[in-house]
Design a protein around this ligand. Sequence first.
Ligand SMILES: Cc1cc2nc3c(=O)[nH]c(=O)nc-3n(C[C@H](O)[C@H](O)[C@H](O)COP(=O)(O)O)c2cc1C
Length: 194
Amino acid sequence: MSNPIKKDMQHIAIISSSVRKGRNSHRTALYFRNFIETANLASVEILDLKEYNFPLFEERLRLFENPTAGMLDFSAKVKAADGIIIVTPEYNGGYPASLKNVVDLLYEEWRRKPIAITTNSDGSFGGTQVITSLQFSLWKIGAWTVPAMFPVPKIQETFDENGMPADKAKTDKRATTFINELLWCMEAAKRMRP
Ligand SMILES: Cc1cc2nc3c(=O)[nH]c(=O)nc-3n(C[C@H](O)[C@H](O)[C@H](O)COP(=O)(O)O)c2cc1C
């Protein structure tokens, strides 16, 4: 699960949110990991909520008496990341409980963190109805949501199960625009750090 953070390189953590058996949106997480690695844009790792398998939210981590190793690991990785990509499916017009579970678990770790959101669905609209509710929660907790979108409609046709895009040129072009916004915000955040 862990990748060493390369020195002098910005680090991106990709949060893969779906914990559903047979999930498809994880393909987008695999695609972005590969895209960032291949272009050598940053060091990158996937924080897979299915692997973390967190229990249902009970209390914020900072007030938790006996946090699990997984919670501490997730907290440290979110904190250490210079930027985050959240890959979320759309479930009934919103984002999944697995994602709200970790948004609420952390607090300071999210503060001023550049976060780019990619929404996913098996239908035609690419899960875009998720944006307003997820952005609002992230804004409320003090994160810095990047004004770029990467909706993925018909996810099962857009990427194969290893994250290989059906139309590489078109997908890479969209990904470049999306990632450039995130990298810009990561650079701006870095320059503001004391
Ligand atoms: C509980 C549930 C609700 C869903 N609601 C929507 C929806 O509102 N809009 C939509 O486009 N797709 C919806 N889908 C389909 C997902 O877009 C589809 O499962 C897609 O592959 C992304 O989710 P996954 O990563 O869990 O596979 C729903 C799927 C589930 C399991």
